[in-house]
Design a protein. Structure first.
Lengths: 324, 290
């Protein structure tokens, strides 16, 4: 299920005030008669069997199946044929896949830092006792709960070159009308803009929660020692929210490498393939061209990229942990 | 009181540049326009859904409706399958939320409180599956659903997310944080496991259960990828899938498309505005605790 804020299991670094995570393991129960233990095992397996069935059947098995598929030619209908690494070899040669990778990287490189930066700045601005702070927070966060479909349909309209409000406003300002999503040079940037509109609110609320955990006494002490706004920010606030920043980097990276719905609704990968991202490529191969093996191979490339990203972020986080 | 007086006295003694005083915090000058940027597309969505197509199709288009016109809504409700799609989305979301709460509670409780063979390995495996990107599993999941004969039915939309590892794991973490003593007291009184779970543990777990409910509802209601793959016939569409197709077929009837869009986002918006605190806490906790 894309777009869902599932937790990434970054082991909690201590500062995030997790309610449950750092709880100690339950104390070992005293020696119990074996038959009771067996009954407990039976009952426990009954409780978890639905979860296990779904999670194994539709999580673990498909991962292996996908790997097998990626070495096959499969059209989702007739029996598949073993082709070895041909799919991967073809991917390496495929200019459309290269373009999809390039688009995804560009999208990610723009969206991730910008959303986190804007999120942090907005959270800083909102983290004070002023009237309407709650209203501002609501307005900033609301777009996040809208589906990518709704966002896409809304912005295809707002940015419609002929009938859209955006060009209407530009017209009033004396700017010539823009192509937006229909312009190969602009489309991907517009998509980044749309996701910034809807995704920044997530970073804002996560940062706000983290900022409220920064002990005011710490800021006070720094102030008394003569630190100005920038030095408080640099030496107190930023280090205090580092674990949250690491989480957001990881989270936003994962979501932006997997962007699909918005692309499907707005541009269908066009114009001229300028917004074909990796997941769109996977979907197109598997469910439009019916080359499922090829699609599975490209999905595996994406999954490996995600794995590398997750490991990289964790490794980079190590020094920070040592300082704590 | 004296402290504040002292402070103002010190400030008065210091040579401070006098700035013109605003009747409100200067932060509003920054925040109000920014909030407007975030709100404007939504306002435009609402406005255009009650505009006439004549007004929209003018160049430059009108930014404000001259009068409220419900033709878009009428068109959508009379001509399209919107009510059907709405019901489909509602059924899929309700069943998914309910089953995640039930199976998540059962599984989470077993992992948190019961000692059984294989529990550690299973939990590790489950946590690992949370990290699997959906794109990797979607093709085989489609094939599994096809084998089960569920493709093109609401079942295909429900079964893959009947229970997510996320629900099980989040509830397990919450159950671990509850004191055992209450449950033990009930045990000694002769309550069965299930009764302890549903009469003592579940009522104490409202925050975690509402987090699971909110996040499951959001992701199910808003999903497009899986319905796009799993159903072909327009009577089985969900609202999101229906809306995209509707837009493709009626891209000149913008008033109707926007009316349909309002109908699509309304349940989520209402739920969000009604339970804003729960929503924001759920979303942030999934990040901070995870």
């Amino acid at each position: 299920m894309p777009g869902l804020p599932r937790p990434i299991t970054v082991p909690s670094r201590g500062s995030a005030s997790g309610r449950g995570l750092r709880h100690p393991e339950p104390p070992k129960t005293p020696v119990t008669p074996i038959h009771r233990r067996r009954r407990e095992t039976a009952a426990a397996w009954a409780y978890i069997s639905p979860a296990v069935l779904i999670i194994l059947g539709l999580g673990v098995v498909p991962v292996a199946w996908s790997l097998v598929l990626s070495f096959q030619a499969d059209d989702l209908v007739t029996p598949s044929r073993w082709v070895g690494v041909d799919n991967y070899a073809a991917l390496a040669q495929d200019p459309h896949f290269a373009q999809a990778v390039g688009n995804t990287v560009l999208y990610t490189v723009l969206y991730v830092p910008l959303s986190i930066l804007f999120g942090f700045l907005l959270a800083q601005a909102l983290n004070r006792r002023i009237r309407l702070a709650g209203v501002y927070r609501t307005l900033v966060f609301v777009p996040f709960v809208l589906s990518a479909t709704a966002q896409g349909v809304l912005f295809s309209f707002v940015l419609d070159p002929q009938f859209g409000a955006a060009n209407s406003v530009l017209h009033h300002l004396g700017v010539s009308p823009q192509g937006f999503l229909t312009d190969p040079a602009q489309a991907l940037l517009v998509l980044v803009g749309i996701t910034l509109w809807s995704g920044t609110g997530f970073c804002v609320v996560v940062y706000l929660a983290a900022l409220q955990d920064v002990p005011p006494s710490l800021v006070e002490a720094a102030r008394l020692d003569g630190a100005g706004t920038w030095r408080v920010l640099r030496h107190v606030t930023l280090p205090a929210v580092t674990p949250v920043t690491a989480f957001l980097v990881l989270w936003q990276l994962i979501t932006s490498l997997q962007v699909f719905d918005l692309v499907y609704v707005t541009t269908k990968g066009g114009p001229l393939g300028s917004t074909t991202v990796i997941v769109y490529f996977v979907w197109e191969q598997a469910f439009k061209n019916f080359t499922a093996g090829y699609g599975a191979a490209s999905a595996y490339v994406l999954a490996l990229a995600l794995l590398v990203v997750v490991i990289a972020v964790r490794v980079l986080r190590r020094p920070g942990k040592a300082l704590r | 009181m004296t402290a504040r007086l002292d402070a103002s006295a010190t400030r008065a003694a210091l040579p401070v540049l006098r700035r013109p005083r605003l009747p409100f915090s200067p932060w509003h000058l920054l925040l109000a326009p920014l909030a407007l940027v975030f709100a404007a597309p939504l306002v435009w969505l609402l406005l255009s859904s009650v505009m006439s197509n004549a007004e929209i199709n003018r160049f430059p288009p009108a930014l404000w409706p001259s009068r409220v016109d419900f033709a878009g809504y009428r068109y959508v409700l009379e001509n399209a399958l919107f009510l059907r799609w709405f019901t489909n989305s509602l059924i899929v979301s309700a069943v998914t939320v309910g089953s995640n709460l039930l199976f998540g509670t059962l599984g989470g409780y077993a992992f948190a409180r019961m000692r059984f063979t294989g529990s550690r390995a299973l939990l590790a495996l489950m946590v690992a599956t949370m990290a699997i990107p959906f794109q990797l599993t979607m093709i085989p999941t489609f094939l599994v659903m096809k084998k089960l004969g569920l493709i093109d039915s609401l079942g295909a939309l429900i079964v893959p997310s009947l229970v997510t590892p996320f629900a099980v794991f989040l509830l397990r973490q919450f159950f671990l944080s509850l004191p055992r003593e209450l449950e033990e007291a009930a045990w000694i009184d002769g309550c069965s496991r299930l009764r302890v779970l549903f009469t003592i543990v579940v009522p104490l777990s409202r925050p975690a259960l509402s987090t699971v409910a909110v996040l499951t509802f959001l992701s199910t209601w808003n999903d497009l990828t899986w319905p796009l793959i799993a159903v072909n016939h327009d009577t089985t569409y969900t609202l999101q899938l229906g809306l995209t197709t509707f837009q493709g077929q009626h891209h000149t009837n913008w008033a109707a498309v926007m009316a349909g869009n309002v109908i699509t986002v309304l349940p989520v918006l209402l739920a969000f505005l009604g339970a804003q605190k729960t929503f924001i806490q759920s979303v942030t906790s999934s990040g901070l605790k995870g």
